[in-house]
Ligand binder design. Sequence first.
Ligand SMILES: C[S@@+](CC[C@H](N)C(=O)[O-])C[C@H]1O[C@@H](n2cnc3c(N)ncnc32)[C@H](O)[C@@H]1O
Length: 297
Amino acid sequence: MGAANNCLEWGFCYAAAPQKPLKQAVGRERRFVPNMKDSWASGDSYEYYMGRWSRLVAESFIEWLSVSPGLKWLDIGCGSGALSEAIINNHEPAAITAIDQSEDFVRTAKKRLGSRVHCRVGNALSLPLHNSSVNITVSGLVLNFIPEAEKALSEMKRVTDDGGTVAAYIWDYAGKMGFLTHFWDAAVEIKSEALNLHESKRFPDSDAGALKRLFEKAGFVNIETTSIEITTHFRDFDDYWKPFLGGQGPAPSFLLTLDKDTKYRLRHTLKSRLPTGPDGSISMGARAWAARGQISK
Ligand SMILES: C[S@@+](CC[C@H](N)C(=O)[O-])C[C@H]1O[C@@H](n2cnc3c(N)ncnc32)[C@H](O)[C@@H]1O
């Protein structure tokens, strides 16, 4: 995908891919945020930044789905493979196909999952699968990044069997997503333009009601929602800060746009105010909202 390699002054490398300007997805108003792109190009950096937390949510999500073994699964926007791995660990699937738009993420997922999962590049809005080719389709932390989320759900519905299930989860950006909220609150203080990029503002409808409405619009039946709570625990401040330097996702992409001095001030502000324990570790709560719907027979 033509990614350019960059190294930051801390010696941490990332790959940035050229992408279109941001468009707000699951939100009341849709607006373009100029000169900023969410980069999804380096699976290894993503794993350190978000994959490790997504894995915790994925385990609870898969448990909540409570479906029978032997099904054909599809994982949309698989990233570094967190959700596919939870499926393998818990559900004895007959087969899993994992799809992501980023070649590098697909490479990382392949490396982690091996031959147990068929990983391929593809777009959620135009899935490279025939109608009714899987029994269950899932997607973790993706829908809010797709401007046409309803269309993506319709595609998931198309490729899933009648009577089958489509299910997804997203972070509660505007409610409880501690480590990102701290980052953006400090960023806005230092650079007011960051307000439009604050993920609680970009994704204000990341909650159970909005997810349910989205599933209803896409024509699912027997829709259910739930919340999944986790604790994001960082060994020390570096364990919190360094993953932001990897350039993957909204906050790290924003950090890349700052000059050295502004970056330093942001780091300093965060360090002085994060809830830090006597041993230097930092713990914050995070919540994801999940929804599932069935395709009527
Ligand atoms: C926040 S990451 C989530 C990754 C993984 N599911 C997880 O839970 O860790 C969002 C992922 O969605 C992918 N993505 C975004 N828009 C997509 C689209 N239209 N089609 C396929 N993948 C998409 C990105 O490349 C990225 O890997």
